[in-house]
Ligand binder design. Structure first.
Ligand code: PBG
Length: 326
């Protein structure tokens, strides 16, 4: 082939580490990561989560050490999940002012007030049937569930949560919670809505970590169909109209197209939820020596930011914060 001048020399900008770093468009920082913290009630020691190597349920008495580690690594926010001792049909422990989540939030805000504490607001860890709402004759009731969800949010805000993150996918949860928070004296507390949440097999290991597997059926009448794209736009539209301050897209890895579109139709901060299954797959492969864990995790988290996420809920947060310091 005869060389002509008619092609572009893209490699000019890839020649040296210094030039590559100069033209790099996306960066990761420890403050991008939200660390998921599972706090277990009544345990003396932390419990390992078999399907998520490196993740454990923290015993309340060990919270101090846990927070020292989190803060020491430069992480600035956590999302708190409770694993209660008792479950019942209505998930009472979710809205108990002395519940494990409320206690943990109070403790964290007292011990490490600089950390942003996000409360996951759902019922599935607290109900004996494992569904995210009230069940009547096998049906997950929307409006009755909203009442309990709003009650949960108010107790979490009362305990000091900086942000409320409702994840149960009942219609109207943002407006309902907004109204209750406003009326209860928490108009300043933002809502980080799990706006786009698919019924995903990637949540498997989390249900192990949070003990929240549905005891019958599945979540397909409230979580979204992975086949759908327009449905995500409808969810985003209504959550914004209802007053969501942040939008979560979940899962992240198989839904980067949805992340990009969500970014394009909204001006609020976008959160990627890099879910449990996405974590466990990499951990398993890394343990076999089949992938370079640090390289693959960095690449994966970058892809989420490149797709439009401003921040990422991720179980890799501690590891990534360590690697960023190296
Ligand atoms: C609760 C909730 C779930 C996750 C976060 N909040 C589980 C579910 O909907 O089954 C999943 C998180 C993960 O897989 O990492 N509704």
């Amino acid at each position: 082939m005869e060389m002509t001048n008619e092609f572009k020399r893209h490699r000019r900008l890839r020649q040296t580490p210094s030039i590559r770093s100069m033209v790099r468009e996306t960066h990761l920082h420890p403050e991008d990561f939200i660390f998921p913290l599972f706090v277990v009630e009544g345990a003396k020691t932390n419990n390992d989560v078999a399907s998520m190597p490196g993740v454990y349920q923290v015993a309340f008495d060990n919270l101090k050490e846990e927070l020292d580690e989190i803060v020491g690594l430069g992480l600035t926010s956590v999302i708190v999940f409770g694993v209660p001792k008792e479950k019942d049909p209505y998930g009472k422990e979710a809205y108990n002012e002395q519940g494990i989540v409320q206690k943990s939030i109070r403790f964290i805000k007292d011990y490490a007030p600089q950390l942003t504490v996000i409360a996951d607001t759902c019922l599935c860890q607290y109900t004996d049937h494992g569904h995210c709402g009230v069940v009547r004759e096998g049906v997950i009731e929307n409006d009755a569930s909203l009442e309990l969800l709003a009650k949960t949010a108010v107790t979490q805000a009362g305990a000091g949560a900086d942000i409320i993150a409702p994840s149960n996918m009942m219609d109207g949860f943002v407006s309902h919670i907004r109204e209750e928070l406003d009326e209860s004296g928490y108009p300043h507390v933002p809502i980080m809505s799990y706006a786009v949440k698919y019924a995903s097999a990637f949540y498997g290991p989390f249900r192990d970590a949070a003990h929240s597997t549905p005891q019958f059926g599945d979540r397909k009448t409230y979580q979204m169909d992975p086949a759908n794209r327009m449905e995500a736009k409808r969810e985003v539209e209504s959550d914004l109209a209802e007053g969501a301050d942040f939008l979560i897209v979940k899962p992240a890895l198989s839904y980067l197209d949805i992340m990009r579109e969500t970014r394009e139709v909204s001006n609020v901060p976008i959160v990627a939820y890099n879910v449990s299954g996405e974590y466990s797959m990499i951990k398993a492969a890394a343990e076999q020596g089949w992938v370079d864990e640090k390289a693959i995790v960095s690449e994966k988290l970058l892809s989420m930011k490149r797709a439009g996420a401003d921040m990422i809920v991720t179980y890799h947060a501690k590891d990534m914060a360590k690697w960023l310091k190296e």
